[in-house]
Design a protein around this ligand. Structure first.
Ligand SMILES: C=C1C[C@]23C[C@@]1(O)CC[C@H]2[C@@]12CC[C@H](O)[C@@](C)(C(=O)O1)[C@H]2[C@@H]3C(=O)O
Ligand code: AKG
Ligand code: FE2
Length: 356
């Protein structure tokens, strides 16, 4: 059986490097070329002039702030996250934790309206409207970016990627992460489901508090936006197979775009899913909102035929999104779960999936 690899402990290196910035008001072919390059080299870039209205963002951020400012016992009514709902410190089901609390929601309007009744008892209809409006605008931005990537690859069908997250049965998620300030500065602590306070700080190699540990996003494309508090870092690989953590300065006017594992598989490895994490080392609370664009559960993820050539043979097996989710929820946050679906491990991922 194949066992997914966990990235080994690194002697951590942190370096300020330039992050690709794409201005969506540029000429389309120019922007598309730069987006392609960013997805090939880093799997990460920042977009400005993205067209998501400021008011839509502000309304969503206000709902998040209002929810996280509720007393703990009120927030806990929307939890524990399983995986959807309110979570505090615990991430997933396999022992990962971080210095944060969060709300994880499915983006289907039916699911949002059901959750809204518990998350926002005061005005669930307003909460649903605000989230639906945000999701609609950000999904549209994700689709535009995916269509530019399809054009950049010269695919006959520009909707090859975007149709998966436009689908009404798309399994896309939206997550609000709240990282409280460092408690030694007098900030408000968070408690986990058992009421434990954050006494045991989760540290990186340099004494920083890890808010959300190293991982890649499993979906197709993630769009992250945060308030003006820093914390996000991406792992940039050097040419010796090592990596360096690159801090990403906060920019509330921008969206940060992550290539996810599913896009790496669809593009046969041409686009790389970026490993990233969030530090919670600040004096101010950090609020991030992430849209994870995903296919429907029954959709097949398979390298597109155009991406398989004699020079670039098939790297990944075909799998459904449901199979991938099953594998990911059985693994830890930091696992390289796409490793389980390499084309050269004939039949082995099937054993793995059947055994979980
Ligand atoms: C530990 C886990 C949490 C996670 C599911 C997983 O088993 C491995 C991937 C994690 C992740 C990272 C990106 C997103 O925040 C997330 C919602 C996702 O789709 O995969 C989380 C999962 C989660 O928190 O439920
Ligand atoms: O909150 C952040 O900045 C990053 C969180 C993240 O990577 C995630 O929720 O998948
Ligand atoms: Fe992430």
């Amino acid at each position: 059986m194949v066992v997914a690899s966990v990235t080994p402990e690194r002697n951590e290196r942190i370096r300020a490097l330039g992050i690709p910035v794409i201005d969506l008001s540029w000429r389309r072919e120019h922007a598309s070329k730069l987006i392609m390059r960013a997805c090939e080299e880093f799997g990460f870039f920042k977009v400005i002039n993205h067209g998501v209205p400021k008011e839509v963002i502000t309304r969503m951020e206000d709902e998040g702030e209002e929810f996280f400012s509720l007393p703990t016992h009120e927030k806990q009514k929307a939890g524990p996250a399983s995986p959807l709902g309110y979570g505090s410190r615990n991430i997933g089901f396999n022992g990962d934790s971080g210095e944060l609390e969060y709300l994880l929601l499915h983006t289907s309007p039916v699911s949002i309206s059901q959750r809204a009744k518990i998350i926002c008892r005061k005005d669930p209809i307003k909460f649903s409207c605000v989230v639906n409006e945000y999701v609609g605008a950000v999904r549209q931005l994700a689709c535009e970016i995916l269509e530019m990537l399809a054009e950049g690859l010269g695919l006959g069908e520009k909707g090859s990627f975007s149709r998966l997250i436009r689908d009404t049965e798309s399994d896309s998620l939206v997550r609000l992460n709240h990282y409280p300030p460092n408690s030694t500065t007098g900030g408000n602590d968070i408690t986990d489901a058992l009421g434990r306070r954050n006494g045991n700080k989760i540290k990186d190699g340099k004494g920083g508090r890890i808010g959300f540990g190293e991982h890649s996003d499993p979906q197709i494309l993630s769009l992250l936006r945060s308030n003006d508090v820093d914390g996000l870092q991406i792992l940039s690989s050097d040419h010796h197979g090592g990596g360096v953590w690159v801090p990403v300065p906060a920019d509330p006017a921008a969206f940060f775009v992550n290539v996810g594992d599913a896009l790496q598989a669809l593009s046969n490895g041409r686009f790389v899913s970026v490993r990233h994490r969030a530090m919670a080392n600040s004096y101010s609370p950090r609020l991030s909102i992430i849209f994870f664009g995903a296919p429907p559960l029954h959709a097949w993820i398979s390298p597109l035929p155009e991406m398989i050539t004699p020079e670039t043979p098939r790297r990944y097996k075909s799998f459904t999104w449901a199979e991938y989710k099953k594998a990911m929820y059985s693994l830890r946050l930091g696992h390289n779960r796409l490793d389980l679906f390499h084309a050269d491990d004939e039949g082995e991922n099937v054993d793995f999936i059947e055994s979980i």
